[in-house]
Design a protein around this ligand. Structure first.
Ligand code: SF4
Length: 391
């Protein structure tokens, strides 16, 4: 297929595909799916070999958020029956983090609900980072605390944070229909503040919120422009009690096409298979490892993932290996400096122009994918509970 040959060539050279090519990946038919995965898998292996980086989420503060992000079970007015608790103590967070590290995670992601941290919250998280690094000196710590204000990124960096996560989530054009309490530009600004402070930026998207293919390509091209070191790809978990509860739009095949498109657009960036993989990819999860080089181990913020051991078994059975703490995740041209810098961009090429190929089949998606509410389990273990975490 001309399209895939062109995209592999560009991915191996870190050149940006054209929007038409990215759209064409999303429009490929199910008959071509394995060819698409194999092609994007070549790009993944060029930059990341067979390694899979494991990341572990610690929800420091759950629920009761004043923001109204429609996809979020912690939003203002959410009726989802999630765990709600205020800040974990540093030693509680460190214990949860240690469980993830013992399970193989090399990065711990410290997440707190809310619009953004107060300076006191930054102090609190700084103490938590110190407690985690006391117990696990080499672990990477990523903070995800919402919108940052002046000087907070620098303070987190000084406290030992390696990275900061703030997702763009959806395209600028659709942002206002998903969230009204802050803007796409606010999110871009926070990612840029993190980068300016020397934090490795992590920023990604959520697919399955009713967006068009054009919206998906827009947000992924927006991410490439922003040049984060890692790009989490979430698939919407339509929580009952949230405005998007009825949005069951994804099939496993669609998820794989989205991951392949992200890999082609951001060939040398850590593409992380994130929330919703068990719910939407289901038994097709191992194929996604040919596209993403990073996953979350165990549970998510407010929902349960599959057992941590099942993640490890899946990685081994699919012929991949867990990335060790002594291995640098990013390719050498991106990883000079601390935990990844961004001098080269998601790729270093300009805007590519190319033949979009002849493999469109927009009838490939089932009209209404089945709602798999049976696969959505609210998290009832780990951080904020008396039960051991899943790692
Ligand atoms: S700001 Fe964060 S925690 Fe609050 S509703 Fe939005 S995504 Fe959820």
């Amino acid at each position: 297929m001309d399209l895939l040959t062109a995209l592999v060539d560009k991915g191996l050279r870190r050149e940006l595909p054209s929007r038409e090519e990215a759209l064409a990946v999303l429009a490929t038919s199910d008959d071509d799916l394995l060819d698409v995965v194999a092609a994007a898998g070549r790009v993944r292996r060029q930059w990341f070999g067979h390694r899979v980086k494991l990341n572990y989420l610690v929800n420091l503060k759950s629920g009761l958020c004043p923001e109204d992000c429609s996809y979020c079970s912690q939003r203002l007015g959410s009726q989802a029956g999630i765990l709600k608790y205020t800040w974990l103590k540093p030693e509680e967070a460190a214990a949860a983090a240690s469980a993830g590290v013992a399970g193989g995670a090399k990065r711990v992601c410290l997440v707190a609900s809310g619009r953004g941290p107060t300076d006191r919250d930054v102090d609190r998280v700084s103490q938590t980072i110190a407690a985690i690094k006391d117990q696990n000196e080499d672990v990477e710590v990523c903070a995800c605390l919402g919108l940052l204000s002046g000087g907070q990124a620098d303070r987190l960096r000084a406290a030992g944070a390696d990275a900061y996560n703030h997702n763009l989530n959806t395209s600028e054009g659709t942002y206002g229909s998903i969230t009204t309490t802050h803007t796409y530009a606010d999110r871009v600004d926070t990612v840029q503040q993190a980068q300016a402070a020397g934090l490795s930026a992590c920023s990604g998207l959520i697919a399955g919120m009713g967006e068009s293919d054009e919206d998906l390509v827009d947000v992924v091209f927006g991410l490439r422009e922003l040049d984060p070191d890692s790009v989490p790809v979430n698939f919407l978990i339509p929580f009952e009690g949230t405005p998007l509860a009825e949005q069951w739009n994804l099939t496993p095949q669609r998820c794989l096409r989205i991951l392949a498109m992200v890999r082609f657009v951001c060939p040398d960036v850590e593409v992380r298979l994130a929330g919703g993989r068990e719910v939407h990819l289901r038994t097709m999860q191992p194929l996604a490892l040919h596209l993403a080089n990073s996953i979350f181990l165990g549970d998510y913020l407010t929902s349960e993932g599959q057992a941590g051991q099942a993640d490890l078994d899946m990685i081994a059975d699919a012929g991949f290996e867990v990335e060790g703490a002594d291995t640098v995740t990013l390719p050498e041209h991106r990883s000079a400096g601390v935990c990844g810098t961004h001098e080269a961009g998601c790729g270093s090429g300009g805007c590519g122009e190319g033949d979009a190929g002849g493999c469109h089949d927009t009838a490939a998606e089932p009209a209404v994918p089945a709602a798999r509410t049976d696969l959505v389990a609210v998290r009832r273990r780990g951080a904020g509970t008396d039960l051991p975490p899943n790692a």
